[in-house]
Design a protein around this ligand. Structure first.
Ligand code: SME
Length: 152
C-alpha cells in the first residue's frame, strides 16, 4: 500500500511541475523527481529524437553516461525508439542489445514518449537492482511519458 502510494504522490508532484508550464527546467525537474522518489531508479534520463539519433537531454544519477547519442535501432534505447514499445530488461548482462553505461546497472526500462504515435523521445531508467521494473513501474512511467510529450 505504502509502495503504491509513492507512485501516486510522484505522479501528483510531476503534474504540479507540468502545470506551472513556464519553467525552462520542466524536464530536468521531472527527471529529478523520478530519481529522488524511487531508490531503485539509479539513473534517470530523457532522450530526444533528432533525425535518426536519440540525443540525451536532462538526466540525474551518480555518473554521466558516454551514450549521449544513440542511433535509432541501436541498444535497448534505440529498439524502443524504433518499435514505439516499452522495453523492460530484467538482466542487462544477457541482453545482446544492451549498451553498457554503468558497471552497477542490473536492469533497465525504456519508455517511448510519443506525439500522435510518432516517437519523439524516451524515458530511460537504469537500476542497480536486478529485475527492478514491474508492471506498476511500466504503467506508471507510460503515464508520465504521455504527460511529457508537449515538453520535449
Ligand atoms: N543502456 C542503454 C544506453 C543508455 S544508458 O543506459 C544511460 C541502451 O542499451 O540503449
Amino acid at each position: 500500500m505504502v509502495i503504491f502510494l509513492n507512485y501516486k504522490i510522484t505522479e501528483q508532484k510531476i503534474k504540479g511541475i507540468l502545470s506551472k508550464n513556464k519553467s525552462t527546467t520542466i524536464l530536468q525537474d521531472v527527471v529529478d523527481v523520478l530519481y529522488e522518489s524511487f531508490e531503485k531508479y539509479s539513473w534517470v534520463g530523457v532522450y530526444r529524437v533528432k533525425g535518426n539519433v536519440l540525443v540525451l537531454g536532462p538526466w540525474k544519477g551518480k555518473q554521466a553516461t558516454e551514450h549521449t547519442n544513440i542511433s535509432i535501432g541501436k541498444g535497448v534505447c534505440g529498439s524502443a525508439a524504433r518499435t514505439g514499445k516499452t522495453e523492460v530488461v530484467d538482466d542487462v548482462s544477457i541482453d545482446s542489445r544492451y549498451l553498457s553505461c554503468f558497471r552497477s546497472t542490473q536492469s533497465e526500462i525504456v519508455v517511448p514518449i510519443k506525439k500522435k504515435n510518432r516517437v519523439i523521445g524516451e524515458i530511460d531508467i537504469d537500476s542497480d537492482v536486478p529485475a527492478a521494473f514491474n508492471k506498476t513501474d511500466e504503467l506508471f512511467l507510460e503515464k508520465i511519458a504521455d504527460m511529457l510529450y508537449q515538453h520535449i
